[in-house]
Design a protein around this ligand. Structure first.
Ligand code: NAP
Length: 332
């Protein structure tokens, strides 16, 4: 079936400025790490992308290795773009990709060398059938490559027109500061940092957010639902088709310890008193810090996506609610 985007798509979601840049990102963005690979149902993925765009999500996040199999999420996304986002719709999208984790055999398919980053970006563009991406990230720091080399590769990506902006992901506060300074000296400012951040993973609060604020860089936290743990889905065991039930799952059943389940249960009760699902509360909890530009969610169905986007109906927390949440999270 052909797709015509909703005419109301820009009426429902706030757009936040990304650091001190000219770019606005939707308060919630969608990532294609899982559920969009060649092992997944293409039409389901396509329906999620269409619904996301209809509800104002303009930013889609990819990486070279997303799938499984690695590369197939970019291929599928390229097909969806071709089918559904013709005409000038590309200009309404912010598409990101990354390189930094293992992508191909041999010494040049991993980490942060110039050789890897630029050849990987060329491959990503081919898979997505794009002339350029909006953001190209160094997916993780490389302890064995000079930071200058990795940042110069990002600078080249931008200057050569393959990317409009540069980003970094998984860099701790101190190395993020160094990377941001190098990029600034090169004349390609760092647009955004993509760290893991949720109620269950809070390292960014120990310095990284301060660095980003000081340097005018945006922040887009990934895995805000701790891969599904911060929802009500695991309260009664591990459902079929859930991430924790998949072969080689990135979320292990062993992550669902008794302590975690007790926390999830207690948090779920607070969410209920707020008239929200736990997923909705976990997303809006991240928005309490104004340094967060956009919350980068995943979804395996249109229903989940809708539920997550409806979180925007209640983003206010009372001081008492925040305190109760802190008390629950302190018991780990
Ligand atoms: N830079 C990096 O190193 C890095 C690493 C990881 C992710 N990311 C990015 O961040 C994006 C999001 O990561 P993530 O997928 O881990 O995020 P997440 O939002 O924490 O988890 C998404 C999963 O939670 C479950 N879920 C979502 N909404 C739900 C709802 N309303 N009710 C019940 N369950 C719900 C689904 O699991 P089921 O599949 O079980 O239904 C879904 O696949 C990725 O796609 C990627 O773009 C980046």
């Amino acid at each position: 079936m052909s797709y015509t985007p909703s005419g109301n798509r820009y009426n429902s979601i706030p757009y936040n400025r990304c650091g001190k840049s000219g770019v606005l990102l939707p308060a919630i963005s969608l990532g294609l790490w899982q559920n969009f690979g060649s092992v997944d149902n293409f039409e389901n993925g396509q329906a999620i992308i269409r619904r996301a765009f209809d509800r104002g999500i303009t930013h889609f996040d990819l990486a070279n290795n997303y799938g499984p199999v690695p590369g197939s999420a970019e291929e599928n996304f390229g097909k969806i773009l071709k089918q559904d986002f013709g005409g000038n719709l590309r200009d309404e999208l912010i598409i990101s990709t990354k390189a930094g984790y293992t992508m191909w055999d041999g010494p040049y398919g991993d980490f942060g060398s110039r050789k890897y980053l630029l050849s990987s970006l060329d491959q990503s563009l081919k898979r997505m059938q794009l002339d350029y991406v909006d953001i190209f990230y160094s997916h993780r720091p490389d302890p064995n490559t000079p930071l200058e080399e990795t940042m110069m590769a990002l600078d080249t990506a931008v200057r050569s027109g393959r990317a409009l902006y540069a980003g970094i992901s998984n860099y701790k506060a101190e190395e993020a500061m160094k990377a941001i300074v190098i990029l600034k000296q090169l004349g390609t400012p760092c647009l955004i940092h993509q760290p893991k951040y949720s109620m269950f993973e809070r390292w960014v609060e120990d310095g990284l957010l301060d660095v980003l604020e000081e340097m005018g860089v945006g922040c887009i936290p990934f895995s805000p639902l701790a891969q599904g743990m911060l929802t009500d889905k695991y309260l009664k065991g591990i459902p079929e088709n859930s991430r924790a039930a998949k072969p080689d799952a990135s979320l292990k059943s062993s992550d669902l310890t008794d302590t975690r389940l007790k926390q999830i249960n207690d948090l779920n009760q607070i969410a209920q008193t707020r008239g929200q699902s736990l997923a909705q509360m976990a997303i809006t909890w991240l928005m309490r810090d104004k340094r967060i530009t956009s919350v980068l969610i995943g979804a395996s169905s249109v229903k989940q996506l809708d539920n997550n986007l409806d979180s925007l109906n209640n983003i206010h927390f009372s001081a008492a609610e925040l305190e109760k949440i802190e008390t629950i999270l302190a018991h780990s």
